[in-house]
Design a protein around this ligand. Structure first.
Ligand code: GDP
Ligand code: MG
Length: 169
């Protein structure tokens, strides 16, 4: 398909926030409760129709290097989009997400489209409104999504909407 464009989208964030689980959910509709998820590849292909044209994105997963704080710029090189994930049940992971956003703004493609993903919303007892996160996203020009890789809530919707927000050329 000569008209098909493949765009690299990276998923970033602290260790254990659910990056691999989100990709596993969107690609295979599976979820693993106990163990550290793996998608078994560097990336998966995800296809979505935008204006009646197939738009393929490559969703890249880390190999777990973030655990040792050794994820390098090579990972996001050439990316057109980045989804920075944090875990709503772990405040610290939001700080890490902000650090990633700063790094991307400093070092990545200046046209990079960045989204903040609030994952594990199934762990929020009452419907918290994530006000400070939304304010942060607003101030920094980020898209924002709420997901649960566990229940599946918002996951496909996020990848579809994100794809539609990527520049086409
Ligand atoms: P990664 O290190 O960011 O790739 O995180 P993983 O995808 O490996 O997930 C880490 C742990 O969090 C695993 O035990 C998952 O089962 C769990 N997990 C991932 N997403 C969710 C979610 O949305 N809700 C809940 N409750 N647990 C999740
Ligand atoms: Mg992982």
């Amino acid at each position: 398909f000569l008209t098909e464009v493949q765009q690299k989208v990276v998923v970033l964030g602290d260790f254990s926030v659910g990056k691999s689980s989100l990709i596993l959910r969107v690609s295979k509709n599976e979820f693993l409760e106990e163990q550290e998820s793996t998608i078994g590849a560097a990336f998966i292909n995800f296809s979505v129709n935008v204006d009646n044209k197939p738009n393929q994105i490559q969703i890249w997963d880390t190999a777990g290097q973030e655990k040792f704080r050794s994820l390098t710029p090579i990972y996001y090189r050439g990316a057109i989009g980045a989804i920075v994930v944090y875990d709503v049940s772990r405040e610290y992971s939001f700080q890490t997400a902000k650090e990633w956003v700063e790094e991307l703004k400093e070092k990545a493609n200046p046209k990079l489209i960045i989204a903040l993903c609030a994952n594990k919303i199934d762990l929020l007892e009452e419907k918290k409104k994530l006000l400070k996160e939304k304010e942060y996203a607003d101030e920094n020009g980020l898209l924002i999504y709420e997901t649960s890789a566990k229940t599946g809530k918002g996951v496909t919707e996020m990848f579809v909407d994100f794809s539609k927000n990527l520049p086409k050329d």
